[in-house]
Design a protein around this ligand. Structure first.
Ligand code: FAD
Ligand code: NAI
Length: 475
């Protein structure tokens, strides 16, 4: 007889493991099945985010920023360093150690919450509330379990460029891009999106000559246009080279290099690279899930089709995280996990998709929540805006990080904040005040009347809010 659970969660990334823990907190009998393992075959929890995504990329961003700061920022403080040396092996080992610590922490959390953990590949095997889930494990017989509810959290995988398969040597995806054993002298990146900007920044700071190829002419199209234009200027000044509106004529991989022949506004040219990163987006991962056989509906782009409460086309089967519509962000998946767990337990719960923050961890960082100015224009919304540059903020000067600005967009009639956009130091932390403000339907006047500590970067948000009604003090 198969063991019966209240809930089977497939996938232990930030969507799945959070859903499993929340289900267990609510008294449900939960199994979580995940198939991730490292190169040595050791199971690792946390999915893309902890193993090859959010965490390792941020660790390398921090290391590389330290390296660049010592060279570029320290002299102005009267600090000079001699004999500066870059030890990539130590840098990569630190990244692995942090990922390991955090993935091990998830195992502890699941154990503490009495979630049964199975390492293996799960597929929907029929039934219908209760559902049968078949699990294939390395070196063991296939196992079937029964679950009244199933939460699918199988995540996403990198989108492939048909002309040029990833060979994990010269041509890599996000996994290889986190593990170059030496700094590539010439690094090409196809896709100037979030991964391109973050990992391009890492290797540029460490000494690579980085060129980013973008098929479209736009740059970071989901970012507010004013902020994106600012970003393009700043990142170009830092030394990243952008080739936009590019058509590839040929991409040839040899033992020595990758040669890219491309056409852009300047005509046809060829460039050689030591490494090439492909970062042209990610696609939902439903391979091997048996979706077709059990009748689980996918949408036209291959995502599992869900309603606003993450309910799929099949009764008692939910799907969350990167495998469903919406931004591919860890915190979005986690919040869907919490909401679904609470729904299963009979509570009312939902995710407010209007207030999900985005952060791009470049330097300066880019962060935003809510509507962009271009979206408001298209929707014909009457709005007012206030902006404030970090060059007029005392703390930013102390930090030596004066590039960038804060922008607040508010409804012209009601003054309710509709969007906040930041490019600047610690934008990832600053944006959270804006998220709270929007979640509580704050107006720009509410923020203008809140006391902000001095000197702090948050004063720039305060000033931008004051700017909505043309009464910023320090500009
Ligand atoms: P995943 O994390 O992909 O986890 C899915 C899990 O399910 C995996 O362990 C997988 O092995 C397992 N699985 C799949 N199919 C099966 C099956 N049939 N049986 C059993 N197990 C299965 N997001 C942010 O919010 N902030 C960031 O800073 C950030 N940085 C990123 C940097 C990079 C380089 C990348 C690639 C992504 C980054 N992301 C970031 C995105 C973030 O990693 C994803 O949004 C997040 O991991 C999605 O979580 P998930 O649980 O839906 O899927
Ligand atoms: P992306 O969608 O951010 O960017 C892909 C870029 O590639 C786009 O600019 C697109 O125009 C371009 N492109 C698409 N097809 C192309 C082609 N054929 N040739 C050249 N350019 C092409 O995707 P990316 O960078 O791969 O990241 C995937 C996702 O992972 C992100 O959308 C995000 O959801 C998540 N992520 C989040 C991070 C964060 O929160 N800080 C960091 C990294 C990734």
């Amino acid at each position: 007889m198969p063991e019966t659970f209240d809930v089977a969660v497939i996938g232990a990334g930030p969507a799945g493991y959070v859903a499993a823990i929340r289900c267990a907190q609510l008294g449900l009998h939960v199994v979580c099945i995940d198939d991730w393992k490292d190169d040595a075959g050791k199971p690792r929890l946390g999915g893309t985010c902890l193993n090859v995504g959010c965490i390792p990329s941020k660790v390398l961003l921090e290391s590389s920023e330290n390296y660049e700061r010592i060279q570029q920022n320290f002299p102005a403080h009267g600090i000079t360093v001699q004999g500066l040396h870059l030890d990539i092996a130590t840098m990569l080992a630190r990244k692995e150690k942090i990922s390991n610590t955090l993935t091990d922490g998830i195992a502890v959390l699941l154990r503490k919450n009495k979630v049964t953990l199975i390492h293996g590949r799960a597929a929907l095997a029929g039934g219908g509330a209760p559902w049968m889930v078949a699990v294939v494990r390395d070196g063991a017989d296939a196992q079937e379990i029964e679950a009244v509810h199933v939460i699918v959290a199988t995540g996403s995988i990198p989108r492939q460029l048909p002309q040029i398969p990833v060979d994990h040597d010269r041509v890599v995806d996000n996994v290889g891009a986190l593990n170059f054993k030496e700094v590539p002298k010439r690094l090409g990146i196809i896709g100037a999106g979030v991964i391109g900007m973050e990992l391009g920044s890492v290797w540029r700071r460490l000494g690579s000559n980085v060129t980013l190829f973008q098929a479209h002419d736009t740059f970071l199209p989901s970012v507010d246009e004013q902020i994106a234009a600012n970003a393009l200027r700043i990142f170009s000044r830092q030394g990243l080279t952008f080739k936009r509106g590019v058509k590839f004529v040929s991409i040839k991989v040899s033992k020595k290099n990758v040669a890219i022949e491309f056409e852009d506004k300047d005509g046809i040219s060829t460039q050689q690279f030591d490494k090439l990163i492909i970062a042209i987006g990610r696609v939902p991962n439903t391979a091997g899930l048996n979706a077709g056989k059990v009748g689980l509906k996918l949408d036209g782009n291959g995502y599992i089709d869900v309603d606003a409460h993450c309910r799929t086309s099949l009764p008692n089967i939910y799907a969350i995280g990167d495998v469903v519509r919406g931004p591919m962000l860890a915190h979005k998946g986690s919040e869907e996990g919490v909401a679904v767990a609470e729904l299963i337990a009979g509570q009312a719960s939902h995710v407010n998709y209007e207030t999900i923050p985005w952060v791009i961890y470049t330097s300066p960082e880019i962060a935003w929540v809510g509507q962009t100015e271009q979206a408001l224009k298209v929707a014909g919304v009457d709005y007012r805006k206030g902006t404030f540059p970090f060059s007029a903020n005392g703390r930013a000067h102390a930090l030596q990080e004066t590039a960038g600005m804060v922008k607040v967009l508010a409804d012209a009639k009601t003054d309710r904040i509709l969007g906040v956009h930041i490019i600047g130091p610690f934008a990832s932390e600053l944006i959270q005040e804006a998220v709270v403000a929007m979640e509580f339907s704050a107006s720009s006047e509410d923020i203008a009347r809140i006391v902000h500590a001095h000197p702090s970067l948050s004063e720039s948000f305060h000033e931008a809010a004051l700017g909505v009604s043309n009464r910023a003090i320090h500009i």
